[in-house]
Design a protein around this ligand. Structure first.
Ligand SMILES: Nc1ncnc2c1ncn2[C@@H]1O[C@H](COP(=O)(O)OP(=O)(O)OP(=O)(O)O)[C@@H](O)[C@H]1O
Length: 707
């Protein structure tokens, strides 16, 4: 049977995995919302209480926007701390009284309206409603975060499309992506004849990567280790495509990854448009937003008039005296909305047609805007942070014949919630102190069995964690990629270990960074034992630095959930404090220092210890710090126990991220005795630190002084 092709089989298995992932997310959210009082949900960042509707108006696409602020009966001013973010799916409902029984609460929630958070301000949150002409509940309201099934719906639609395709419908690109054809390329002569660099500072490995991607007829990978100018290279590549009269769709898994490219393209005066809701875009890229452009162009003025009319009609609903009047207004609104959509649609499609570069998230590429658009190439940045199914969204939506993926498969892959059955160690989700759940949310792979990337990929072990980038490397080998080798971030001594252990000794520190130290910072840092050292290791082995397991604050232990257990190490945190203090006393500004740790429990502990004392200091989880850099980075490893348990420290991609964030100073704090027994990789890292770092053994009395 034609549908039984292995491409279909692959898509079917992705569908199953995606469904498991959705179920994991739904279960997690449902478990929490059904079993806890609203106040606890607010503390956990899942709800926002005591709200009132402060305004209702019409937004892009004719959607109703509800602005919710604090109920004046409860207080005025800023909203309390909450975990709601732009893009979150949520419900707006009448707020249940604390003691309301579950059944009553369920009926209130039935009357809830659902939508997407489009704006988060200090005093208000705006929600765009999913359905038109719904009645907004009365009285005191609350906002509840819902599991985001929109993402999964689009992913499964995409995979279903792939599943249903007949082999005859598979494009050459699809065949190459599944190894049914080999990648092919134009000859060097065809590419090089008119190649002139826009950026004269491009290094040889970057030039080679651009040449390679231009020459490819189907798929090319650009492997960009930390700080090697991956985005820099993509900008040159986009300009080269434009020089050749080609049209590009540029995507990334997150809004920030896309905005980063828009920002850098701006100075090149490229005709481009950024898709996506403006509330989710960086202010600096709004001038290129399709939404903003479609409102400011000449043709847009009539659309704006219709919108104003709709807003007037919408607010007149409140003044109606009976259902008949209300129905009449809803009827008129429906007509207006139709006209609005048609006119807006025309303005938008004209703008799109004129753009040579279109930029959107991978998810956004599946929207109706790109339905009839054709592109010569689809470029995906941060491809190793995207699920494979996500990468198929722009590929199938546009029917492109060429794909360029840029990423680093040796840094962390996308976060997966349903790994419980796939991980080699049990899953524990963190205490969510920073609103993200990092501990164990990615699988801990067998460290010593790596073949491709750091993950052993057996033919039959399809997991969501295997990205398209990983899979293509396995399928076609390294001839399908070009690696960028000059890094512009780290001091040579900081770069040495990741280069040898992960990047085949190929990394080279650019002259401008290879011997930069904290003491050379341009604002006058003293020359001290710490500021002249690029690599420091505080080894706590043999001391009294026990790790502890922290229980969550709603008393449920050992459960995989938002507030479940995490690890902390109090005495190690005190060593971190001592080191931060020394750096600051040496003249390093706290805003040039970051403290990162893999465990959210430790992060919460460190925040309490350091935030007020060193304003400006940045604290983060390792996972949350991917893609970032700082002058000085202190890594707190936490694990210290007699069983030599290292948990998810054994994931070398996580450690790679941690150790490649700093520019001038890396300080590692940990117990070499525990950590060094964790895996071959950890053992060699500990050995490297012992041989090459400035070794320190903390004096307990000094460390614990005034903690
Ligand atoms: N050829 C070059 N010459 C000089 N500086 C460069 C060059 N290429 C990149 N850089 C600098 O290196 C830094 C990193 O570049 P960029 O942000 O493009 O890297 P990236 O690989 O996308 O980053 P990340 O490691 O976060 O993924 C930037 O400051 C950039 O200006």
């Amino acid at each position: 049977m034609a549908r039984g092709s292995d491409i279909s089989a692959f898509a079917s298995s992705q569908l199953l995995l995606l469904d498991a992932e959705l179920q994991a997310e739904l279960t997690e959210t449902q478990l929490l919302t059904s079993s806890h009082a609203p106040a606890i949900l607010q503390r956990a960042g899942l709800a926002l209480l005591n709200l009132t509707l402060s305004s209702q108006r019409t937004g892009f696409g004719g959607k109703s926007l509800l602005e919710l602020s604090l109920d004046p009966a409860v207080g005025v001013g800023d909203l309390p701390e909450h975990g709601l973010r732009v893009g979150d799916i949520c419900a707006v409902a009448e707020q249940p009284k604390g003691a309301e029984r579950k059944k009553e609460r369920a009926s209130i929630e039935k009357r809830a309206v659902e939508g997407v958070v489009t704006k988060v301000q200090k005093q208000a949150v705006t929600v765009a409603l999913d359905k038109e002409e719904v009645e907004v509940p009365n009285g005191k309201l609350w906002l509840i975060k819902l599991a985001n099934d929109v993402t999964y719906k689009r992913l499964s639609q995409t995979m279903s499309k792939l599943e249903k395709m007949q082999p005859s419908e598979h494009s050459i690109l699809t065949q190459v992506l599944f190894g049914k054809s080999s990648p092919t390329s134009l000859s060097d002569a065809e590419i090089q004849k008119d190649l002139e660099w826009h950026d004269k500072t491009m290094n040889d490995s970057q030039k080679e990567a651009v040449r390679f991607a231009l020459a490819s007829r189907d798929v090319a990978l650009i492997h960009g280790p930390p700080g090697t100018g991956k985005t820099h290279t993509l900008i040159e590549l986009i300009l080269q495509f434009l020089d050749r009269g080609q049209r590009a769709l540029v995507c990334g898994p997150s809004n920030i990854s896309v905005d980063n490219i828009v920002e850098r393209l701006t100075s090149h005066k490229v005709s481009m448009v950024r898709l996506g809701h403006p509330a989710r875009l960086l202010p600096s890229v709004l001038d290129h937003s399709l939404d903003v452009l479609s409102k400011t162009s000449d043709a847009a003025s009539i659309v704006t008039d219709i919108r104003a009319e709709m807003d007037v009609k919408q607010s007149s609903i409140r003044k109606t005296r009976n259902g008949r009047e209300r129905r009449a207004i809803y009827g008129e609104l429906k007509e207006l909305r139709k006209e609005y959509r048609q006119r807006e649609g025309r303005v938008v499609s004209d703008l799109l047609k004129q753009s040579r570069v279109v930029l959107s998230t991978l998810h956004g590429a599946g929207g109706f805007h790109l339905r009839d658009e054709k592109f010569d190439v689809v470029i995906i940045d941060e491809a190793s942070q995207a699920l494979e199914a996500q990468c198929w969204i722009p590929v199938l939506a546009t029917g492109t014949s060429k794909l360029v993926l840029a990423g680093d498969h040796l840094q962390l892959p996308p976060t997966i919630k349903s790994l419980n059955s796939q991980a080699s160690t049990p899953i524990k989700v963190a205490d969510g102190s920073n609103g993200t759940n990092n501990d164990m949310s990615r699988s801990s792979v067998d460290d010593d069995s790596a073949t491709v990337g750091q993950k052993k990929i057996k033919d039959d072990d399809a997991t969501l964690e295997t990205t398209l980038f990983d899979r293509l490397l396995k399928l076609h080998g390294s001839s399908i990629k070009r690696m960028l080798t000059i890094q512009y971030r780290m001091h040579e001594k900081i770069m040495a270990f990741p280069s040898v252990a992960l990047y085949e000794k190929k990394l080279i520190a650019a002259d401008s960074v290879k011997d930069r130290l904290l003491k050379d910072l341009p604002y006058g840092v003293h020359d001290t034992d710490d500021t002249r050292e690029p690599l420091v290791f505080w080894d706590t082995q043999g001391g009294d630095y026990p790790e502890k397991t922290e229980e969550d604050d709603i008393g449920v232990k050992g459960r995989s959930g938002l507030l479940a257990e995490s690890k902390v190490n109090e005495n190690e945190a005190a060593v971190v404090r001592l080191h931060v203090q020394r750096l600051v006393e040496g003249g390093t500004k706290p805003e040039d220092i970051a403290v990162v740790t893999p465990y959210n429990g430790q992060l919460a502990l460190l925040s309490g210890l350091l935030k007020d004392r060193f304003p400006g200091l940045e604290l983060g989880s390792v996972d949350g710090f991917q893609g970032r850099e700082k002058e000085a980075v202190i890594v707190s490893l936490v694990r210290s126990n007699s069983d030599r348990e290292v948990g998810f420290l054994s994931e070398k991609r996580r450690l790679n991220v941690a150790m490649t964030r700093p520019k001038r100073h890396l300080c590692v704090v940990g117990d070499s005795e525990t950590v060094g027994k964790g895996s071959k990789f950890l053992r060699s890292w500990m050995q490297h630190l012992e041989e090459h770092a400035d070794l320190r053994y903390p004096d307990q009395a000094e460390v614990l002084e005034d903690v």
